[in-house]
Design a protein. Structure first.
Length: 117
C-alpha cells in the first residue's frame, strides 16, 4: 500500500531557523530518506519551496482565478513529502513517528487511494 507523509510546517519556520540550523535539519531529513530507501520503503521524497513561490488556481463558473503566494491566511504549509510503500497503516505511522521533522512540525500520514470514495 502507498502512503504519503506530508510535512506540515509553519510558513515562516525556515526563515526563523536560519541557514546553519536549516542545513542541520535538512541533513537529518536526507539521512532519514536514505535509510527508508535502503529498507525498500521509499518511493519518492521532495522538499517544497516556500509559499511565496506558490500559485493557487481555481476555476469557478468557467472563470479562472489565480492567486500568487504568499498566502496571508495560511497558518501552515506543506514543506515536503515522502511517498512510501508500507504493508500497513501502523507501519506508515511508525515511520512518521521516527521522522526527524516530527520534532519541529507535524507529519500527516495519508493513504493513497481513488478520489471517488
Amino acid at each position: 500500500m502507498s502512503y504519503m507523509l506530508l510535512i506540515v510546517e509553519p510558513p515562516n519556520q525556515r526563515v526563523e531557523r536560519g541557514e546553519a540550523a536549516g542545513r542541520e535539519v535538512y541533513d537529518q531529513m536526507v539521512r532519514f530518506a536514505a535509510d527508508l530507501k535502503e529498507r525498500g520503503k521509499l518511493v519518492a521524497v521532495e522538499s517544497l519551496t516556500s509559499q511565496k513561490d506558490a500559485v493557487r488556481v481555481q476555476v469557478r463558473g468557467g472563470q479562472p482565478k489565480v492567486l500568487d503566494g504568499p498566502f496571508a491566511e495560511a497558518k501552515e504549509m506543506i514543506g515536503g513529502f515522502f511517498l512510501l510503500n508500507c504493508e500497513t497503516r501502523e507501519e506508515a505511522v511508525a515511520i512518521a513517528q521516527a521522522c526527524p521533522a516530527a520534532s519541529w512540525c507535524t507529519v500527516e500520514v495519508r493513504k493513497l487511494g481513488p478520489c471517488f470514495i
